[in-house]
Each structure stands twice: as C-alpha cells, then as structure tokens.
Design a protein around this ligand. Structure first.
Ligand code: NDP
Length: 450
C-alpha cells in the first residue's frame, strides 16, 4: 500500500485509533508477502481487506428498574466473509465504539482463518455497561438489542458469540429473544447453555487454549509450566480458565485483577481459591478486592490511572498471561516485565500489548504469542458448537477438549512454519498475520471482485 493510500485511510476515519493500530501492525508484518506478490497492489488487496463488508449501527432503547428510558447504541461490524459466514463475539462495555469493534473484527478475521474452520470475521456489541445492573435490566437491554440485531444475523450468514461483558447470562437472554422473534430454534449464537444447544468446554475454551498454546511455545525451549510462577490479569471468563489450566499443569498463579485493582497472593491461587473467584465474579458479581477478606495474606492494590505503568506487571514471575483487555501492557510495563524475569508473554485478551511493548518483546527475544493466535481456542470451539448444532449432536467434554488441543497445536506449528518461511523464525506475530492474511486473501481472489 502506498503512503498516499495509507494517508487517505487515516484521513477518512481519523478518530479510529485502535483500528489504525491493528491495520498498521498487519501491513508491516505481511510486507514480505506483498513483496512476493506484486500483483496484490493492482488488485487493491489491502484496501479491500481493511474495509468492512458491512457495518450496522442501531438504537437500543430499554427501560431501567426506576422505569426510566435509556438509550444505548448497538453495532455489528461484518468485516469479511471470504472463508465462511461472519463469526465473532459481542462486547458490552461503555468504551465500545466503531473503532474498537472494527479493530476486533479485523483481528477476528485472521484469528478465524488460523483455526482452519470455515468462519469469516465479525464483531459487535454496545456501549451498554452490564456492571451494577440488575438481571432484569440486563434482560431488557438484551431483548431490545436482539430485536434489531435479529434482522441481520442467522445460522447461515452471521453467528455472534460472547465476549467481554457478554457471558452465559447475556447469551441466554439474546437467544431467547431471537427464538421468539424468528420462531426458530437454531444455532444462531454460540456460547449457549449446555442444555439448549451449547457445547461442552466452550466456557473454558479460550483460557484452556491460551495455556495449550503457551505449553507448545515452552516445549520449543524444552520447558514446561510445572512449578513456574505466572502473572494473570483479569478475572473474567478468559482469566478464570487460563488460571484453571495453569494450575492443572502445575504452574503457580500469583495475580488476578479487575478494573478496580489487582490481587497478589504470595502463596499462589490454588483450585479452591479459584472456585471462590468464580463464585465471586460469575454469581455474586462482586469485586476482586473481596478476595482479601477471605485470604488475608493477599496484597490488594487499587488501580491508579495517574501512573504510567500497571503495578500488576511489576511483580517477579516467569510467565505473563494478560487476559483483561486491550492496551493493558504499555512500553513501561514491557520493561518492568523483562526486569522482573518474565520469559514468555502469552495473550489471552485481544491486543493487550501496545505496539511499543510488542517491539520490546521481540528485541529482547521474549517468547511472545499474540492474542489472535493464542486465544483462538474460544472461536474454534464456537466453530465446533456450530458443527454440533448442524449435526444435532453433542460431543463429550473429552472429545471437544481433544479437538481444541489439536487445533491449538496446529495453529502454533502453522505460525512457526510461516514465520520461518518468511525469514522471521520464532516470530509468532509475523507467522499468525501472514497465515491469516494469505488464507483470507486467497479466498477473496478466488471469489472475484465482490
Ligand atoms: P469478561 O467480561 O468475562 O472479563 C473481563 C475482565 O477484564 C474483567 O475482570 C474486567 O474487570 C477486566 N477489565 C475490563 N476492562 C478493564 C480495564 N480497562 N482495566 C482492567 N481490567 C479490565 O471478558 P472476557 O474474559 O471474555 O474477555 C477478556 C478479553 O479476552 C477481551 O479482550 C476479549 O476480547 C478477549 N477474548 C475473549 C474471548 C472469550 O471467549 N470470552 C475470546 C477471545 C478473546 P471488571 O469486571 O471490573 O470490568
């Protein structure tokens, strides 16, 4: 892509910082592919791949418990359907805007391609904040959101799933409304309850997959997680199941966090303590600080936005698993991690490390796995949920877990092979971007100018 074209893209949507960052990273890393394929320029491959096929934006009116009408904004960004129907999560968080959803959908397109399952890339959501809302308010919001979204999705064209702020409860309410409106019981959403079309292991899949990927990376250096200290951020779906699998494989989880602060447990968070966190977060919907009331040896540190670093990443440990949100590891955090002995960063969240941090990891030869590869297990099992829905089957937990492990192993190997093939051995980011890019672009070119 010429400099002029890049400038035009920036000028067209100047406020879309997150999206531009994601695009820039991909363009930089796929340059060797562009050099080998000069015809891509005339075919405007880059210009086409960064433009969503369709974007839907809509009003979501709902009534709160005080009978006051509230209005949020809903979105679905349909980025690319070259390799399969649109697929990707929903996010409910006050920070949601078009730029964030475009960046998530862009990443999702490559992530889905890495799984080799037939799924295109999309993302959606709303600036609605489920935090502090009653179950009834969340239900009313979800019903209003789906009343509009149901016109734009379906089991053959777009299958949303969960994501940040959208867990089992929200998927239930969304599915119920879709079913009522369309009068069809169908696999239109993933992350469904086990008793009504869901898959075993889907709630665990993203976190388990992250740790399977990490174990593969460590195996290239002949080490394992056994006895190793790990920093995990977040305390939601991805963090909980990342921690669970680390513990199962003998690692020691030292930290967890939420947007209010983080806990450091010097004795490590074991299975029993994690069960407490799951109850606290998934049922009571409390704050991570409450962990300290139960386990008094723990240190709690409140989040402080005036600091230019995140103290969670300033603890001595061997491996780091950022599982909260984008941009949570900045340049200073990257240096702190390295100075504290971190040898691997494996991303559970989507783009938690800033571009500067990623460059530092590469310079210092830290094992680094980008979220689009390491957290692809979630969407992979969503793909398996779709397959089971179509066959009216329900595979056992062991069967789904076995398939998940194989998928993560294959993604890991594919990233390594592509990175080596394009002159950047061991660079998982380059490997993931090149593999995802080529799979989507080849499918687009096969299908003509549509
Ligand atoms: P959840 O909503 O279940 O949990 C998110 C966690 O991150 C919560 O602990 C939340 O704290 C914390 N958090 C959110 N924003 C911030 C912030 N600004 N600073 C500090 N902590 C924050 O989401 P998931 O676990 O599902 O998702 C986490 C990440 O993983 C996201 O980047 C998501 O896109 C990505 N992902 C998720 C997949 C899935 O299957 N769920 C699949 C692939 C990627 P609080 O409760 O205070 O908000």
């Amino acid at each position: 892509m010429s400099n002029t074209t890049w400038k035009q893209i920036l000028a067209r949507d100047p406020e879309e910082i997150e999206f531009h960052q994601a695009v820039q990273e991909v363009i930089e890393t796929v340059q060797p592919v562009l050099d080998r394929h000069p015809e891509f320029e005339r075919l405007a491959v880059l210009e086409r791949i960064i433009e969503p096929e369709r974007v839907i934006m809509f009003r979501v009116p709902w009534m709160d418990d005080e009978r006051r009408v509230r209005v949020n904004r809903g979105y679905r960004v349909k980025m690319n359907s070259a390799i399969g129907p649109f697929k990707g999560g929903l996010r409910f968080h006050p920070s949601v805007n078009l730029s964030i959803l475009k960046f998530l959908a862009f990443e999702q397109m490559f992530k889905n391609a890495l799984t080799t399952l037939p799924m295109g890339g999309a993302q959606g959501g709303s600036d609605f904040d489920p935090k502090g809302k009653s179950d009834e308010e969340v239900m009313r919001f979800c019903q209003s959101f789906m009343a509009e979204l149901s016109h734009h999705i379906g089991p053959n064209n777009d299958i949303p799933g969960g994501g940040l702020g959208v867990g089992a409860r929200e998927i239930g309410y969304l599915f119920g409304m879709y079913k009522k409106q369309r009068d069809e019981f169908t696999g239109v959403l993933t992350g469904k309850g086990l008793g009504w079309g869901g898959s075993h292991i889907r709630p665990q899949a993203t976190g388990y997959g992250v740790v399977y990927f990490a174990a593969e990376m460590l195996a290239t250096r002949n080490v394992t997680l056994e006895g190793k200290t790990c920093l995990v951020s977040g305390s939601g779906n991805v963090a909980q199941h990342t921690a669970e699998k680390i513990i199962e494989l003998g690692g020691k989880v030292m930290t967890l966090s939420d947007s209010s602060g983080y806990i450091f447990d010097p004795e490590g968070i074991d299975k029993g303590k994690l069960a407490f966190v799951k109850r606290l977060k998934n049922i009571k919907r409390g704050r991570i600080q409450e962990y300290v009331d139960k386990y008094s040896q723990t240190i709690y540190t409140e989040a402080d936005t005036t600091l230019d670093y995140n103290p969670l990443w300033n603890q001595r440990a061997e491996y780091a698993f950022p599982c909260a949100t984008e941009g949570e590891i900045g340049e200073n955090d990257a240096y702190n991690l390295i100075n504290n002995g971190i040898k691997m960063v494996c991303e559970g969240a989507d783009r938690p490390s800033s571009p500067e941090a990623v460059k530092i990891f590469a310079d210092k030869q830290i094992l680094y796995a980008p979220g689009k590869a390491a957290n692809a297990g979630g969407v992979a099992v969503s793909g398996l949920e779709m397959a089971q829905n179509r066959m009216l089957l329900n595979w056992s937990a062991e069967e789904v877990d076995r398939r998940l492990k194989t998928i993560m192993k294959n993604i890991h190997q594919t990233c390594l092979d592509a990175a080596a093939n394009y002159g950047e051995p061991g660079n998982y980011l380059v490997g993931a971007n090149i593999t995802g890019f080529l799979r989507v672009v080849n499918a687009m070119l096969d299908q003509g100018l549509v």
